[in-house]
Design a binder for this molecule. Structure first.
Ligand code: NA7
Length: 572
């Protein structure tokens, strides 16, 4: 797996600045009863890994969690770039498994910023005493299934191998950063950073000439913050994204009290909703069921409400019908033209090449307004791509631009990247990378045929990135924990997806996605942002309520579609 080293020009402060609190980091004695065999290894200590470790430990299992970073938090550990913030409301983007936790934790803003979310993850780790199970600063290099012992052998950087019955990947969907293959970066004498490998001590942009490459959610969050500090910011845009206002504010204590009074009920609504968000009623009307004036008024209301989910749920058909989608896209175009003073800049910002929401709809804080600042320049690299880096900067369209700092907000090898970087081998030494060479195939996004007792939390084929991911994580962790308890009770040693059930699920995932505009659009959801990656739409978009029901029915029906193998005399 790529280390942070490869994603900054200035070393890796994260690795040397270990927090004192991490001294408690996994000094475990052998708790395996002398056998050296663990019940479970969990890879990753983000939101998925933390809750998984808690459930496994509560079940009395021996568990080790292996984490590449120096602390818990996953995505929210790594993505500490300026302006990093969640676009799901903090009262919803948080664990619901423990009512005392959700009552005690105090969110300060409607949309939490990265430091607060990271503090929350640390609080959860400490509150439930989870750090004792976690080994930080350690990468998993391979996970190999040994058929004779029915154990996974998980090899860590440095050579140590753990033996475990269960292996659970909580490796996240936006974990493996991507720096585009533009020649000459090694010649560049300034500093450069990838947004998700940001130095702990931050970067001072005062007086600096800064280049920002990429205008996805990350670039859109970085732009106003860096523009306010730098001498000059040049944004290199290849494809414009639709940006709706984030509209953040301090949370009103009275609102929080009222919200918390019915927290469990609200979580239940979220669990059965489309995206895992309780705050918005599902739409009931097509964009063409209402008059143009009414349509405009609804978009206006959603624009003022803030963030992407409300905007996307203005009408039933925004992600299904291009013409309906055009009405929303035209509304945003009009807004950009109102906000951005220079019509040529507005033209570049609105040269949309995809339907609104078919790529991640972004929530910004004064994004479009920032292009009215005299110290900000927008360069359209669609017609004239970045050709090369030079000692002083970069060349695009035959013009050299000089910079002190370059920021890559160029995204991730999403959904499969972190798994692809671990050498995972199942029965018959089959490599997962080989199995997935034409795109990922899973049963329910949870398990893979040929890979017994290997679970993925929010894997491809599950709602994952098309949902409030904390809620989806909890659903998967609960399902896995309940599954393990049920198997133990019945003397089952291994569970594995049946190949036919997996093929049927992949077909269902495709069938559900087929009528949507997602599949007609190149995006990181389809792997199109990574050269050579197979183009397959990866998340399940049938709705998280529907998905949960399917998972529960499968479990209730004696784990339909899974092959269950009892203990043998040799392994009992
Ligand atoms: P994204 O959404 O994948 O955005 C990456 C951006 O980088 C996007 O604008 C790309 O343009 C741009 N890019 C990539 N390579 C190049 C080159 N060579 N030249 C110019 N521009 C380039 O990543 P984010 O980190 O913003 O967001 C990922 C998710 O994290 C987000 O959706 C949230 O869910 C959280 P392109 O569109 O490919 O033309």
């Amino acid at each position: 797996m790529a280390t942070g080293h490869e994603f900054t020009s200035v070393g890796q402060p994260q690795r040397t600045q270990k927090l004192k609190r991490q001294k408690t980091n996994m000094q475990q004695s052998d708790t395996t009863g002398g056998s050296g065999i663990l019940d479970a290894v969990v890879v990753g200590a983000g939101f998925a890994g933390l809750y998984m470790v808690k459930r496994l430990a509560d079940q009395g299992r021996t568990v080790r969690c292996i984490e590449a970073a120096s602390d818990v938090g996953g995505t929210w550990y790594w993505n500490k770039y300026p302006g990093a913030q969640c676009d799901v409301e903090s009262l919803e983007y948080s664990y619901g498994f423990d009512n005392a936790l959700q009552q005690d934790w105090h969110w300060t803003e409607r949309f939490a910023r990265q430091p607060e979310i990271l503090a929350y993850a640390r609080h959860v780790a400490d509150r439930f005493n989870l750090r004792r199970h976690i080994r930080f600063d350690t990468r998993v290099e391979s996970a190999v299934y040994d058929e004779s012992s029915r154990l996974w052998q998980v090899t860590l950087a440095g050579g140590e191998t753990l033996r475990t019955r269960i292996c659970i990947m909580g490796t996240g969907n936006l974990t493996a950063p991507r720096v585009p293959d533009i020649p000459g970066l090694d010649r560049f004498k300034g500093r450069w950073y990838h947004s998700s490998r940001w130095p702990n001590e931050g970067v001072d942009f005062t007086g600096m000439r800064v280049a920002l490459i990429g205008t996805g959610s990350t670039g859109i969050q970085i732009t106003p913050v860096v523009a306010a500090q730098a001498a000059h910011l040049t944004v290199f845009q290849r494809s414009p994204n639709f940006v709706v206002p984030g509209i953040n504010r301090d949370l009103d204590p009275q609102h929080v009290r009222a919200y918390k009074a019915t927290y469990p009920e609200t979580r239940l609504v979220a669990k059965h909703s489309q995206y895992g968000v309780a705050g918005m009623l599902p739409p009931t009307q097509s964009a063409f069921d209402v008059s143009p004036q009414e349509r405009q008024a609804r978009y206006e209301k959603m624009w003022g409400f803030g963030s992407h989910t409300p905007f996307l749920t203005a009408f039933t058909d925004l992600l299904l019908d291009q013409k309906a989608n055009d009405t929303a896209a035209d509304f945003v175009r009009g807004k950009v033209r109102e906000i951005v003073k220079d019509p040529k800049v507005a033209d570049i910002l609105t040269a949309f090449d995809h339907p609104l929401g078919a790529r991640r709809l972004c929530a910004g804080n004064n994004y479009y307004e920032t292009f009215n600042r005299p110290n900000v320049t927008l360069v359209n690299v669609k017609p004239a791509p970045i050709e090369t880096f030079t000692e002083k900067g970069l060349v695009a369209g035959g013009v050299e631009h000089e910079f002190d700092i370059v920021i890559f907000a160029t995204g991730f090898d999403a959904m499969t990247g972190a798994l692809r970087e671990i050498d995972i081998r199942g029965r018959g030494n089959q490599s997962l990378n080989d199995k997935w060479k034409d795109g990922p195939a899973t049963y329910l996004g949870l398990m893979i045929a040929g890979f017994p007792n290997l679970f993925i939390i929010t894997g491809p084929g599950s709602p994952s990135v098309k949902s409030n991911v904390v809620l989806s994580i909890e659903q998967h962790v609960d399902w896995i924990s309940d599954c393990l308890a049920a198997l133990d009770q019945r003397g089952i040693e291994t569970i594995e997806a049946d190949a036919q059930a997996e093929a049927n699920w992949v077909a269902h995932v495709n069938e559900v996605a087929a009528p949507t505009l997602y599949v007609k659009t190149d995006s990181w959801y389809t792997g199109a942002n990574v050269p050579g990656k197979p183009k397959v739409f990866m998340p399940y978009v049938g709705g998280i309520g529907r998905y949960r029901k399917i998972c529960d029915e499968v479990a209730a029906d004696n784990y339909r579609g899974f092959v269950l193998r009892p203990k043998t005399p040799a392994t009992a």
